[in-house]
Design a binder for this molecule. Structure first.
Ligand code: ADP
Length: 468
């Protein structure tokens, strides 16, 4: 098919990465923009602004065939849809934190209202043969709202976070309505096979549906295709970042602090799913169990605060401040600080430089859809002297060619401490061998492969639809 004959791609996500000033940083933004440029396209979502107006502002972000359309949220929308149902209900529940999951009917109504309003705003802009690619847990109901308005286009949905097992999902009072809404799509994409299995399990056990041999789910009188599309990064770009001037400046600053000590690095959004208190305790246990490392190893944790309007995030921040303080009080020497805990964000180039200098990357979420930090750490390493990745078995990244990592259970504090110890003592030849295997997988399953495979699947669904 020539480019001219191809359907236009319409990407719908909570945040739109393209702005009048250019493209917001991030591999995902770049990858999706590439896809949009290739086929001509439209990116629709929240502007990131909270205002009284519910006006939808259209922005042409690039000359040619690409445009971005954004809508503001009202204060009520922001509280109910974004802080409420998306981030206090779905986010904790889908990450298996039923203890932190709060359900509020008003929030749920707000979520539905914003999904409806977004669908309403996009509908008049759609062309008959558009392909729609909707992203993530904020917009589960978006496709169904569009269908209610008569949209016939082929639509796919990709879930960036885990899909919980039916036992966990059914804790949500509106679980059935939500899963039914997913059947408005033609293609459902998951990060890993276990997420897809959880969805199919729900369909079979809770929705009274069936799964056909091609993996399609049938329920509620509808059918949806399901597949796994593990997301990746732009590995060559990240490797270039790691040798940029900015990367070297930051690596130099870190080297001056470390002097000849070995660096252990953790980088995460400050979120209770990332296993940060457990990780801090594991580092303290490592210093207790292997005291010869005191004064010799330093742990640097970067964690910019996120979702500060959600109370659970205030709690985790306080807990970490307390833990960091007590670990440093217990183990510090005049000339050595064991743990550096920094609550701010760094540029991607700076991160790449810091990753490259570290001997160990600690990526220990309690649950994570994929975890791109794990891949970025690998991509940033120098082939001559690569660091070791210590990776939680509960990150999607561990289910995907991660044999080269030291796989840990983040709840096992002693186990993580032991893994840090093994990583620090690992020979150069073993480090190289492990890294070679990791980087091969990071390169193969990069963000372009992810995006292309999803779009191909959508195109196949569109062709199948036309035949019927
Ligand atoms: P999540 O989507 O839950 O935040 P991921 O690990 O999949 O987790 O993606 C996080 C992204 O945010 C990565 O691309 C990473 O580089 C970026 N990031 C995380 N922490 C920081 C930080 N301290 N400074 C800059 N970027 C960060």
């Amino acid at each position: 098919m020539s480019a001219e004959q191809r359907s236009r791609l319409v990407v719908v996500s909570n945040r739109v990465a393209a702005t009048t000033k250019g493209v917001r940083a991030g591999g995902l933004a770049v990858a999706l923009l590439d896809a949009l440029k290739e086929s001509g396209g439209l990116w629709f979502g929240w502007s990131g602004k909270v205002s009284d107006s519910t006006r939808v502002s259209t922005r042409q972000i690039e000359r040619g065939r690409l445009s971005a359309v954004t809508a503001d949220l009202s204060n009520e929308d922001y509280e109910e849809y974004y802080n409420g149902f998306a981030n206090r209900t779905l986010w904790p529940l889908f990450h298996y934190r039923t203890d932190l999951t709060r359900f509020d009917r008003d929030d749920y109504q707000g979520y539905i209202r914003v999904n409806q309003r977004f669908a309403h705003a996009l509908k008049p802009l759609l062309r008959a043969d558009d392909l729609l690619w909707v992203h993530d847990y904020h917009l589960i109901g978006f496709g169904e709202e569009l269908r209610r308005m008569g949209a016939q286009q082929t639509m796919g949905f990709f879930l960036h976070i885990p899909f919980p097992s039916p036992e966990v999902l059914t804790a949500l009072p509106v679980h059935d309505v939500l899963v039914r809404a997913l059947f408005a799509y033609d293609v459902l994409g998951f990060q890993s096979e276990s997420d897809r299995r959880s969805f199919l399990d729900f369909v079979a056990t809770e929705a009274g549906g069936r799964i056909d041999p091609e993996g399609r789910a049938h329920a509620y009188g509808r059918r949806v295709d399901t597949a796994v599309f593990p997301i990746g990064i732009d590995s060559s770009e990240f490797a270039r970042y790691a040798v940029s001037g900015e990367a070297k400046t930051h690596a130099g600053r870190m080297a001056r602090v470390l002097r000849d000590r070995l660096g252990v690095i953790g980088v995460d959004r400050l979120d209770y799913t990332k296993g940060l208190p457990e990780r801090f305790r594991a580092f303290a246990r490592f210093l207790e169990a292997y005291p010869e490392n005191r004064g010799r190893v330093s742990f640097v944790q970067l964690a910019p605060p996120s979702r500060a309007d959600v109370p659970e995030y205030v709690g985790i921040r306080r807990e970490l401040e307390g833990l960091a303080g007590s670990i440093n009080a217990e183990f510090s020497e005049f000339d050595w600080t064991p743990l550096r805990y920094i609550n701010r964000s760094f540029s991607r180039r700076a991160l790449a430089g810091i990753f490259r200098l570290a001997r160990v990357g600690l990526v220990t979420p309690l649950r994570d859809g994929m975890n791109l930090i794990a891949k970025e750490f690998v991509a940033a390493q120098a082939s001559r002297d690569p660091g070791v990745l210590v990776l939680s078995r509960f990150a999607g990244a561990a289910r995907q060619g991660a044999d080269g990592a030291l796989i840990v259970n983040p709840y096992d504090i002693q186990g993580v401490a032991d893994a840090v110890h093994s990583a620090l003592g690992m020979s150069l030849s073993e480090r190289k061998e492990r890294w070679q295997s990791l980087i091969a997988s990071v390169r193969e399953h990069d963000v372009t492969a992810w995006r292309e495979s999803f779009v191909r699947r959508l195109q196949a669904a569109q062709r199948a639809d036309r035949r019927h």
